[in-house]
Design a protein around this ligand. Structure first.
Ligand code: 5GP
Ligand code: ZN
Length: 135
């Protein structure tokens, strides 16, 4: 399998590691959106949120909180985005599940923005029914 994060985990590609335990590593992003942009990566290859084991997912977000707190102290900042992309249309470029921690600063270059779409009440009802019944 041709997976850059598996190659990093196997030690074949160097990385800047800030955290490691039995199930995860956290590394600095090679093309950071801001100073301190960190990726939390499970050691086992799961492609995305649909594939990842639930207990591992929980641990990943627990680690995200831990690292977010550490980044907050390290950079003296109060604002952080925690992001996670699934699928090419959602911006996923590395198909090995990972959580982004992006520290935010005043007037930085990070753009996470959308304009609202209008959805009529009938459609909203269908959306609710559909989500509930597929859960
Ligand atoms: P995605 O777009 O899949 O959510 O995020 C993938 C992230 O991995 C990107 O932010 C990208 O900069 C980062 N990335 C890609 N290749 C490497 C690499 O070889 N090393 C590190 N540390 N990060 C990488
Ligand atoms: Zn992988």
């Amino acid at each position: 399998m041709n997976c850059i994060f598996c190659e990093i985990l196997n030690g074949n590609i160097p990385c800047n590691k800030v955290f490691e335990n039995d199930n995860f590593i956290a590394i600095l992003d090679a093309f950071p959106a801001n100073e301190g942009h960190t990726l939390i990566i499970p050691k086992k290859h799961f492609e995305n949120i649909f594939e990842i084991d639930g207990e591992i997912l929980k641990e990943g977000y627990f680690i995200a909180q831990k690292i977010a707190n550490s980044i907050k102290k390290s950079f003296g900042i109060e604002n952080i985005n925690i992001l996670q992309n699934n699928g090419a249309l959602a911006g996923q470029t590395v198909n090995h599940f990972h959580i982004h921690i992006v520290p935010r600063k005043e007037n930085d270059n990070v753009i996470i923005k959308s304009t609202p779409v209008s959805i009529d009440n009938e459609k909203i009802k269908n959306i609710i029914d559909s989500i509930k019944s597929n859960m």
